[in-house]
Write a protein that binds this ligand. Structure first.
Ligand code: GRG
Length: 294
């Protein structure tokens, strides 16, 4: 079993993020600086790397999916900035640095997040069309919009807020995880599969893989909040308990939560069996997510 991370693809993403970072008027320098501060802080680039892995699995050059991959990292960064705000999780540390609102103020942080979200769509519309026909381009745009709306990330975050401190059942907990975290991860993989020229069946197999991978990712995130270190994860640990959030380790204990993560990672890998395309790096990624410590 390989635990290696696709550093080659992460490098491509980091280079492309520099290339695609939006230029803006000098009057907006503080908002632009806040966007850049959060975007170029040291993240794993997990979602854009997953986009490239999905395109590559279907036999495409992963570079053809770079604009949409970077757009997904813009959106992810937007969600982190807003998630850290005092009105939501009220965190002062992210990716090992002061959060955006601590460094630039709440007003600038809100605008920086909003701008990253809009610029994600500008990026896809201007750059991705060089590598995709109109039909596949529109499909990716629909994926991004749906994954972030009321039935996607915003919906998951809303239920999470409403469930804080409440006695949450398993279905609701899975709803929160699958939407707050899983929606964008699934969209990242689906966009890669769409742009990689996947058939409906191939896109479906990658989608099923990513759905289970997204849940694994969030269960491990919750476990790291209990057993991880601030240095390792780059944010304060123990915040879920402080914020009275329901989590898998909170409900089941760390060992059983780890078993759940193991089971969901196995389901992700199983979704690829018999897929008929090259799945080794997607399988490696599932094993990495399961064992990750940051
Ligand atoms: C952006 C549409 C939109 C809505 C905002 C605040 C909010 C609504 C949603 C919160 C979504 C959120 C922050 C979910 C947590 C997901 C998660 C596990 C984040 C950490 O991801 P990593 O570990 O972080 O990939 P790095 O720093 O490596 O990128």
């Amino acid at each position: 079993m390989s635990l290696s991370y696709p550093e080659d693809l992460k490098l491509l993403v980091n280079e492309a993020l520099r290339q695609y970072f939006p230029r803006s008027d000098r009057h907006l320098s503080v908002v632009s600086e806040a966007m850049s501060y959060s975007l170029f802080s040291p993240g794993k680039r997990f979602r854009p790397v997953l986009t490239l892995l999905a395109a590559e699995a279907l036999g495409a050059d992963p570079k053809i999916a770079l604009p949409v991959a970077c757009a997904i990292e813009f959106i992810h960064t937007y969600s982190l900035i807003h998630d850290d705000l005092p009105a939501i999780d009220n965190d002062d540390l992210r990716r090992g640095r002061a959060t955006c609102h601590i460094k630039f103020g709440e007003d600038v942080a809100i605008l920086a997040g909003d701008a990253l979200f809009a610029e994600a769509f500008v990026l896809v519309l201007t750059e991705q069309q060089k590598y995709a026909d109109a039909g596949r381009l529109l499909e990716t745009l629909r994926e991004l919009a749906a994954a972030t709306g009321i039935n996607g990330m915003v919906g998951g975050q809303a239920v999470d807020i409403m469930a804080t401190g409440a006695d949450v059942d398993r279905d609701t907990l899975e709803y929160i995880h699958n939407h707050k975290t899983g929606s964008l991860i699934t969209a990242a993989a689906r966009c890669g599969a769409i742009l990689g020229g996947g058939s409906a069946a191939e896109i479906e197999a990658i989608s099923e893989y990513a759905k289970h991978l997204g849940l694994t990712f969030q269960i491990i995130d919750d476990i790291l909040d209990v057993v991880g270190s601030t240095d390792g994860v780059g944010k304060h640990v123990g915040r879920d308990a402080d914020n009275r959030k329901t989590t898998f380790p909170g409900q089941l204990g760390v060992d059983k939560a780890q078993d759940e993560a193991q089971a969901t990672a196995a389901m992700a890998i199983e979704a690829l069996s018999g897929a008929g395309f090259k799945t080794d790096r997607l399988v490696d990624m599932a094993n990495f997510v399961l064992r990750r410590t940051s």
